[in-house]
Design a protein. Structure first.
Length: 244
């Protein structure tokens, strides 16, 4: 069977700066009236369009970088250098969703004094936040994040500085993830490769865990007992859930 919902190529950029002795990222709050991710805090990004493809001469990687830079300019009024972007991950929206995207996540440095100007249409607010601060606010139910945003923050929070993060991520494998949605009791879960439930199993089935669980208003990453060869999306020392 063919997929009934088309998957649109898209691109997101995690803009980062060093400020006040810490690593900060720019988060944007989407208009709550929007159908996709309305009211959530996100990194700048959007669909790759025909102009991006044309400017890239058909090179999809280049088109993704150009799209990320264009979206950063349109949504936040900042200039992100496509050539300075480092790929972090690639996420495809779960098959059950009505709108689906195959999204490249990049990281890119931004000057500490870069002026942010939101469009007040699609984007209603912008904040520079320390990575640990963003995760703490999310844990307190004060910052609505989607799982890819949350996992990305978890993966980056342990880096001591921007240069180290860019250097390490530039030589690291880029995971490609298509989550599976499920429920364990009353809790929504997004399930990743290696989890006991990833291939159509019951989310309550005993076995390896590689998932995010929505506990109240916060996501909690769980990762344990993964099969050999399955790489966790967040290294164990950065994850927040080590319960047996």
């Amino acid at each position: 069977m063919t997929d009934a919902v088309p998957v649109r190529p898209a691109s997101t950029v995690v803009l980062l700066r060093e400020h006040g002795g810490r690593l900060e990222t720019l988060l944007l709050k989407r208009n709550k009236a929007l159908i996709f991710a309305g009211g959530f805090w996100v990194f700048p990004g959007g669909a790759i369009d025909d102009a991006d493809r044309a400017a890239a001469g058909g090179d999809l990687d280049r088109a993704a970088r150009l799209a990320a830079a264009r979206e950063a300019a349109e949504e936040a009024g900042v200039v992100a250098d496509p050539d300075a972007m480092v790929p972090l991950s690639h996420w495809t929206t779960p098959a059950v969703e009505k709108r689906r995207f195959a999204t490249w996540f990049f990281a890119a440095p931004l000057a500490a004094d870069a002026e942010v100007t939101i469009d007040n249409g699609e984007i209603h607010a912008a904040r520079w936040l320390g990575l640990a601060e963003a995760l703490a606010e999310h844990a307190a139910g004060e910052l609505n994040l989607m799982p890819p945003t949350y996992v990305t923050l978890l993966n980056l929070v342990a880096y001591p500085d921007l240069a180290t993060m860019l250097a390490v991520e530039a030589r690291s494998p880029v995971p490609r993830v298509e989550p599976v949605l499920g429920r364990e009791g009353e809790q929504l879960v997004t399930i990743y490769p290696g989890d006991a439930a990833y291939d159509g199993g019951d989310p309550g089935l005993a076995g390896p865990r590689h998932r995010c669980v929505l506990e109240g208003r916060q996501w909690v990453f769980q990762c344990r007992d993964l099969p050999t060869g399955c790489q966790p999306l967040v290294p164990s020392e950065r994850g927040r859930d080590e319960r047996p």
